[in-house]
Design a binder for this molecule. Sequence first.
Ligand code: NAD
Ligand code: UFG
Length: 328
Amino acid sequence: MKILITGGAGYIGSHTCVALMEQGYSLVILDNFSNSKPAVLDKLRKLNDNFVFYNVDVTNEEALERVFSNHKIDGVIHFAGYKAVGESVAKPLNYYINNVGSTMILAKVCQKYNVNKFVFSSSATVYGENKVPFKEEMELLPTTNPYGETKAMSERILMDVAKANPNFAVSILRYFNPVGAHESGLIGEDPNGIPNNLMPYITKVAKGELEKLRVFGNDYPTPDGTGIRDYIHVMDLAEGHVAAYKHLRKGVHIYNLGTGKGTSVLELVHAFEKANGIKVPYEIVERRPGDIAICYADASKAERELGWKAKRDIIDMCRDAWRFENLT
Ligand code: NAD
Ligand code: UFG
């Protein structure tokens, strides 16, 4: 019995592969390297080699069927997808085709091969401008970009599939802001080009590859005026997937994977400086269009039902992100 991991060469997928293999699961990893590099697999192999890999596009139904007929798949964890918010505004069709398309095709092949365990990567972005803390039962508010819409749509599609097939057991995981890297420093977040996200930008500034951080706005209704997010160590997030997989049961169950704690941009910058003894020069600039002021989870449902809770703190996140940056 194996778990199929789509997007397993990516940032969250690769860390989850490590956490699953540590627990004795054997894996079939799929990726088309649209946003990752084959070298990640060599690094994964150094940590644990209990996997096989296929270079497959998850929207390719025939290729997926070949994998399902070659392996006895117990369940799937579906990470594959595009995730750049700005790019989704410029290229909406690519996002709908890849993100919604891959979820539909994968769910279809699962039905055909009687694979009834399905874990899906969703995002806190589906809450839009709800009031914090975000709770799973809140009505979803329209997001400001096609990326967020692909997540909301994929969630609804999986709910309909589960209505039609009462044996389908789905866990929808809404991630908050994953940062940091595996403690070994072997794998981490390695975006192509100039990073969009805060932590990889900070590590590039600390390294001297970028001149200074631009803090997008200090006039938000927060104590220091900068945006607040719920940063979660990627290994905590990975362990959340192991818990979710173990607790899969019939129907659709939704969980926030966050810490429940908000940290502002300036607090993160200062935590990074403290954790690593290095200065991060920054300047305050205009707000970034589409950003919300505050986003953090009510993380109590995952603790109650999955027995999972984030263990690592902001200092761990900053230290591990910096270790990875220095080893790559
Ligand atoms: P990532 O880009 O590092 O990983 C995604 C992987 O999927 C990449 O390796 C990419 O090559 C692969 N991929 C994309 N489309 C594919 C396809 N059609 N077929 C096969 N492989 C394909 O991203 P990540 O940060 O690891 O995110 C994983 C998932 O979690 C995504 O669905 C993303 O939308 C979601 N998510 C991420 C965040 C975040 O902040 N990183 C937050 C919320 C949700
Ligand atoms: N920020 C800066 N400067 C930067 C980058 C970010 O000040 O160079 C600020 C942002 O304005 C925001 C905070 O840092 O206040 C975090 O921004 P990120 O871009 O790191 O993350 P977001 O919260 O905007 O979005 C992330 C993912 C989305 C996902 C969302 C879920 O990129 O895909 O988390 O909460 F949907």
